[in-house]
Ligand binder design. Structure first.
Ligand code: FES
Length: 163
């Protein structure tokens, strides 16, 4: 099935393309817009951006696979991305990753069977001063401790149960 975007997203893409001297320069923001629609950058999304910007699909694929901000598979309802880069690691991020893995019953890169949680380990989230940090669906949670992580999971589970 060919990728179809909302009219609003098509307009945003057209504006993006017009903003750059060469179309290819709009690749990163264009992938963001397509990801909003799809939840991930799959083969159809790659093809769409390739045609939109007149660049080879292989080039778009390279860009999409290089940056962790582009998801290759749609994540669960709550996508937990924990930073384990240097500052966060020094502040106990690996232990927090273990707490998350144990509580959720999954390893980084996996989604719970009910589709509610995806756990990912990511590189620096540019919030080193408040390490250790994680993001849930792009929202930052900083200066974490094991107890705060457990409390956060409790809150997310309640939200998931509420529909
Ligand atoms: S090292 Fe974790 S936010 Fe920079």
């Amino acid at each position: 099935m060919a990728l179809e975007l909302t009219a609003e997203r098509k307009q945003r893409l057209a504006a993006l393309v017009g903003r750059y001297p060469i179309k290819a320069a709009a690749c990163l923001p264009a992938l963001h817009v397509v990801q909003e629609e799809r939840g991930a950058i799959d083969a159809e999304a790659i093809e769409y951006v390739s045609r939109l910007l007149d660049i080879p699909a292989g080039r778009v694929e390279e860009v999409a696979s290089f940056y962790t901000m582009y998801k290759r598979k749609a994540p669960g309802r709550f996508h937990i991305e924990i930073c384990t880069n240097l500052s966060c690691s020094l502040m106990g991020a690996e232990h927090l990753r273990e707490v998350l893995a144990r509580e959720l019953g999954i390893q980084p890169g996996q989604t719970t069977r009910d589709g509610k949680f995806t756990l990912s380990e990511v590189e620096c989230l540019a919030s080193c001063g408040t390490a250790p940090v994680l993001q849930v669906n792009g929202e930052f949670h900083e200066a974490l401790t094991p107890d705060r992580v457990k409390a956060l999971l409790g809150e997310l589970r309640s939200r998931a149960a509420g529909g």
